[in-house]
Ligand binder design. Structure first.
Ligand SMILES: O=C(O)CCC(=O)C(=O)O
Ligand SMILES: [Fe+2]
Length: 207
């Protein structure tokens, strides 16, 4: 975040990033440390984590992380060539969803969870722009566990520096407006010995 211009709201709780073609805001400690510790442990144990695979040039690879899809019934979600059917909401997820909806002022139908077991787990450059998410997707992202950098780069403005937002334990990141049309994001790998991290992205599937 070196020379990135930031705007703070009145009580300094929320950081709004001043980026072209994007609406991105970050609240650190959206959940307290104690709540976050509890949720982290509980999610690791209670979520039905699965190992997805992708086809690439005729070969099959394990996706470098575990994932799970939860949400309203009858809302399948297709991304990277995989169609997933959601599990039913759990008490943890409903609690988190409610807290997030108060701030985001929308209702989410679906939550995609990622479990990055160590530094070799990652999420490569992509946009969350699947048709089911509608024209300007609202993506609400909660992180628990190890802090990992969330990197963003503009698709058509190579002169703009890559943005690096550290997503810490209990932090909440909201992306909306045109963000998914103009910016890609990723969680890079690292050789450092680091602890696990869980990320939850709440989304709205419009069907
Ligand atoms: O782990 C993260 O913070 C990002 C996850 C993500 O980009 C996704 O699931 O689409
Ligand atoms: Fe994403």
């Amino acid at each position: 975040m070196s020379n990135q211009k930031l705007l703070f709201d009145e009580d300094n709780q929320k950081v709004v990033f001043d980026l072209p073609d994007a609406e991105i805001e970050l609240s650190n400690n959206f959940f307290s440390n104690e709540e976050s510790d509890e949720l982290f442990r509980s999610l690791i144990d209670s979520i039905k984590w699965q190992q997805d695979q992708i086809q690439f040039y005729g070969k099959t690879f394990n996706v470098p992380r575990l994932s799970a899809l939860y949400g309203d019934k009858n809302k399948p979600y297709s991304y990277s060539g995989i169609t997933m059917y959601p599990h039913e909401w759990t008490p943890d997820l409903l609690l988190i969803k409610q807290r997030i909806e108060e701030v985001a002022k929308v209702e989410f139908s679906t939550c995609l969870l990622n479990y990055y077991r160590d530094g070799m787990d990652s999420n490569d450059w992509h946009q969350d722009n699947e048709k089911e998410l509608g024209h300007n997707p609202v993506i609400a992202s909660m992180s628990f566990g190890e802090t990992r950098p969330f990197q963003l780069k503009h698709l058509h403005k190579p002169d703009l520096k890559k943005i690096d937002i550290p997503l810490s334990h209990g932090s909440f990141l909201l992306m909306q407006g045109k963000t998914q049309h103009f910016w890609k994001h990723k969680i890079p790998k690292t050789k450092k010995k680091i602890k696990p991290r869980i990320n939850l992205t709440f989304r709205i599937i419009k069907n």
